[in-house]
Design a protein around this ligand. Structure first.
Ligand code: ADP
Length: 653
């Protein structure tokens, strides 16, 4: 009885059948497998099942273990089959059919026990799949104890870090951590102990051969069946390539931005200095050079000479103290426009170091090992100059830099061509030389006079003559002061540092005072005043406005040597105060009028009249800074009218 109970309640499916296979007994577990209770002695053991081999092939009912047991009269214990139940579900079973005989050895039927192994199988399969994933993964997957000792190490870890499983199991994880980052491990372990996961932590580890690898690390705690943290699993992905690509993308974007900035500089028609400075700065950055420079190809009596024009990454003195480069063998391909020169180590080039006076790089010169020089050639074929780059290390410049520079150089050349700025620079440099000669002459004249007067004075102590020479000396000193003042102002304008002190002042009074001083000093010309006769408050720098008026009056007197009268007119026009200075002098042609506000400009034929060609340039800057404007009317042989207007600002406003 007790056995019957045991069989009925057993979790293992059990049934018996007669010799023809009809069910004679079944327990609860068997009914569950069938999906219903079969009718005894009517239904066959196989019910509505479809049966398969474990590999999924359909199994003929006659070949299944129970059919064979009945047919052959011998047990087929422990074979595996897969059944498909009436609801479509598959289950894996181990079957144990055994025949039953009577005392005469006649087959009565068989009994069968079915062990459902579906769940175990799927967990085994899962395990196998997971191991396969771990093994086939390109990521390094490893585990370690809380002591940091490595417990498992997959093929991915071997690929990334270079160590085999045998080499690493039992070793401490610090083997692959760079010493400077060793404290990271403490942080990781303390997080793991606290049950925290670390996600996608970007860091660096060391390969067996010593090179560093950038990795993204995910670390999770491993718990035992009771939830205690036993160690950590780590997944490390090699992101060196990704990082390299990121850096490349960043470099590319930066390079594009720089190239765009060159494009903008060129298209915005900035002046030549600005274009070339931008080009020099951007190309120095793109090539990774320590310094870059643009040299103009200029010609003088002694032949070619190269003028340093723009410089990036180094102070001018670094170059200027060694003099400008000359047409040496190494520079020749650049200044002749022959080709780009790119050298990994300039010192090894046969053309290097053959020329006097330095024979190579003079001591104290910027160290140049990597060398790159690109000619800048105009559309007409003239070599405008060259872009030069240097770096103290070997092999910094690459072929790709040549391409970029060639295109930048041709863009820059087109811009220079278009604006004809190249010619202007040449002219400016010639003007500068002229100016220096003129300035030294102009400064010397009053000095010579002064010296003469003072020598006379030495002899004539206390006499009337002394008074006369002191007077003369002071006049010359004033002239010298004015000249030096102009020179200082020009350098300030150039540096954008001309200072202004704005205040309200009465322009009418200023004009009258200046005229009075001129009456007192000038014996040659009478200065007449007309126009606005009242107080006229303006907002401006009183001294600077005085400077402009004095300059115009001086010019009117200087450039009308045949005349004896100069006219000053003050007008109030709406919100503008206008001052005009008229003379009946030599006048200026239309062409000359175009140049008068330029630095160093002097009309032809005035060399005998003292002047540096700076007064109007400075005056124009002053009036511009007052938001005013200049006007010029002039005719050769008739006379000139120079006028300017400045806004009258409301005293209260
Ligand atoms: P400077 O008088 O010192 O040469 P300016 O800048 O004041 O310098 O003037 C520039 C040039 O403009 C002068 O050299 C002269 O050729 C011309 N110029 C200026 N004022 C007059 C004028 N009133 N009449 C004729 N030419 C003038």
């Amino acid at each position: 009885m007790i056995f019957e109970q045991l069989v009925k309640e057993s979790p293992l499916a059990m049934y018996t059948c007669d010799a023809s296979g009809r069910v004679t007994f079944f327990n609860k577990a068997a009914a569950i497998l069938w999906g219903r209770e079969p009718e005894l002695l009517k239904e066959y053991w196989c019910g509505s099942w479809k049966i398969y081999y474990p590999d999924g092939r359909p199994m003929d009912l006659d070949s299944c273990p129970m059919a064979l047991t009945l047919k052959q009269g011998k047990p087929h214990a422990g074979e595996e089959i897969v059944i498909q139940q009436s609801d479509g579900a598959f289950r894996s079973l181990l079957v144990y059919p055994s025949p039953v005989f009577d005392e005469n050895n006649v087959l009565l039927g068989a009994y069968n026990t079915l062990v459902d192994i579906t769940d175990k199988k799927s967990s085994d399969e899962k395990h196998e799949i997971l191991s396969a994933i771990v093994e086939s993964s390109d990521d390094a997957i490893l585990s370690k104890g809380l002591d940091g000792v490595i417990r498992s190490w997959n093929v991915g870890a071997q690929k990334i870090f270079g160590y085999t499983e045998e080499e690493m199991i039992g070793k401490h994880i610090s083997v692959i951590i760079p010493p400077r980052l060793i404290s990271e491990e403490e942080v990781i372990i303390s997080n793991i102990k606290a049950g925290n996961k670390i996600d996608h932590f970007h860091t660096v580890r060391v390969h067996k051969d010593g090179h560093e690898i950038e990795i993204s690390l995910t670390v999770s705690p491993i718990k035992d069946a009771f939830g205690n943290i036993m160690g950590a699993s780590k997944v490390a992905r090699d992101i060196s390539e990704l990082k390299r690509a990121e850096r490349q993308a960043y470099q590319f974007a930066k390079r594009q931005t720089l190239l765009n900035s060159i494009g903008t500089a060129i298209s915005e028609k900035l002046d030549v200095k600005e274009i070339l400075q931008r080009v020099t700065d951007a190309t120095t950055e793109i090539t990774g050079a320590a310094f870059g420079a643009f040299f103009y190809n200029t010609y003088d009596e002694s032949g070619e000479s190269f003028m340093l024009f723009t410089l990036s990454g180094a102070p001018r003195e670094a170059f200027e103290k060694f003099g400008m480069p000359r047409n040496t063998a190494i520079f020749h391909p650049t200044f002749s426009g022959e080709s780009i020169v790119r050298l990994d180590d300039v010192r090894e080039d046969p053309r290097y170091g053959k020329n006097s006076p330095h024979y190579g790089m003079p001591a104290g010169h910027l160290a140049v090992v990597s060398y790159l020089a690109v000619p800048v050639i105009s559309t007409s074929g003239d070599v405008i100059g060259g872009l030069f780059f240097g770096h103290p290390e070997v092999g910094v410049f690459k072929a790709e830099h040549e391409e970029i520079l060639a295109s930048v150089a041709s863009q820059a050349a087109v811009a220079l061509d278009n604006s004809k700025l190249f010619e202007e620079v040449k002219a400016l440099s010639e003007k500068k030389d002229e100016f220096i000669a003129l300035a030294s002459h102009e400064l010397k004249t009053p000095l010579t006079s002064l010296k003469g007067y003072l020598q006379m004075l030495q002899k004539e102590k206390g006499s009337k003559m002394a008074e006369f020479f002191v007077d003369k000396s002071l006049k010359q000193l004033e002239r010298l002061g004015a000249l030096i003042g102009d020179l200082l102002d020009v350098s300030k304008v150039e540096a954008g540092q001309l200072q202004f002190n704005f205040e309200f002042f009465d322009l009418h009074k200023i004009v009258k005072d200046i005229i009075e001083t001129f009456h007192y000093n000038s014996t040659s010309h009478l200065i007449s005043f007309s126009g606005f006769q009242e107080k006229l408050m303006v907002w401006g720098d009183q001294q600077r406005i005085e400077q402009v008026i004095i300059n115009l009056l001086n010019n009117a007197i200087k450039y009308s040597p045949q005349a004896n009268e100069v006219f000053v007119v003050l007008e109030k026009k709406e919100d503008q105060a206008v001052i005009k200075v008229q003379d009946k002098g030599i006048g200026l042609s239309k062409q000359q009028q175009k140049g008068i506000f330029k630095r160093f400009f002097r009309a032809e034929g005035v060399a005998h009249i003292a002047g540096l060609g700076l007064g109007l340039y400075i005056s124009k800057e002053i009036i511009d800074r007052h938001e005013g404007s200049f006007s010029v009317k002039s005719e050769i042989g008739v006379g000139s009218e120079f006028g300017f207007s400045i806004p009258i600002k409301n005293v209260e406003g």
